[in-house]
Design a protein around this ligand. Structure first.
Ligand code: SF4
Length: 84
């Protein structure tokens, strides 16, 4: 069943309400030390260098834009857009 806009709670807020967000953030930061966050599996310590890092992203990623994407097929999105 699809939730309505007023019922939707972003995943990060649900984690925060359950007291689990900090643990997830710590796990993600630890994984940067031998990065395996995508299929490139660079296993470089991004907290120290970007040398050998395919994405050329260090500890701090840069977000250039964000927003709902409504261009996908209906099965892949709802009123929130894809990936929501
Ligand atoms: S490309 Fe970037 S995100 Fe992917 S594994 Fe390498 S360092 Fe991690």
């Amino acid at each position: 069943m699809t939730k309505t806009e007023s019922e939707f709670i972003p995943a990060y807020l649900s984690l925060h309400k359950r007291g689990e967000l900090s643990a997830h953030a710590e796990t993600a930061l630890a994984r940067l030390e031998a990065c395996d966050l995508c299929a490139r599996y660079c296993r470089v310590n991004r907290r120290q260098t970007v040398k050998g890092v395919v994405c050329r992203t260090g500890e701090q990623a840069v977000v250039h834009s964000f927003g709902p994407h409504h261009g996908e097929e209906d099965p892949l999105r709802d009123w929130r857009g894809a990936m929501a």
